[in-house]
Design a protein around this ligand. Structure first.
Ligand SMILES: [Zn+2]
Length: 93
């Protein structure tokens, strides 16, 4: 039973959750070469993906049901980042 009193919530933190910015996959397919030439980097080699490789990746992710490029390990079914609390995985320093 409630006694009519509620516990005061702790003050909301102004900073804390990080959200990754991502990119619309259909935009990638419409973009000019110069707009996506420096968009993606191969994490292993450090090489920029070519515009053709960016478009191939976008097509592949669209086929997988994504609308935006998933850029971390905590995203919804469309690829959008769901946010990360400090210290959680998926956030690069
Ligand atoms: Zn994220």
């Amino acid at each position: 039973m409630s006694d009519g009193h509620t516990q005061a919530a702790p003050p909301a933190r102004e900073v804390g959750t990080t959200y990754h910015v991502t990119v619309d996959l259909r935009w990638v397919l419409r973009a000019k070469d110069r707009e996506i030439r420096h968009m993606l980097v191969d994490a292993e080699t450090g090489r920029n993906l070519t515009p053709e490789e960016c478009r191939d990746l976008a097509i592949e992710r669209l086929r997988q049901g994504f609308e935006v490029l998933p850029v971390c390990d905590h995203h919804d079914a469309k690829g959008r980042c769901l946010g990360h609390k400090p210290g959680e995985g998926g956030v690069k320093p």
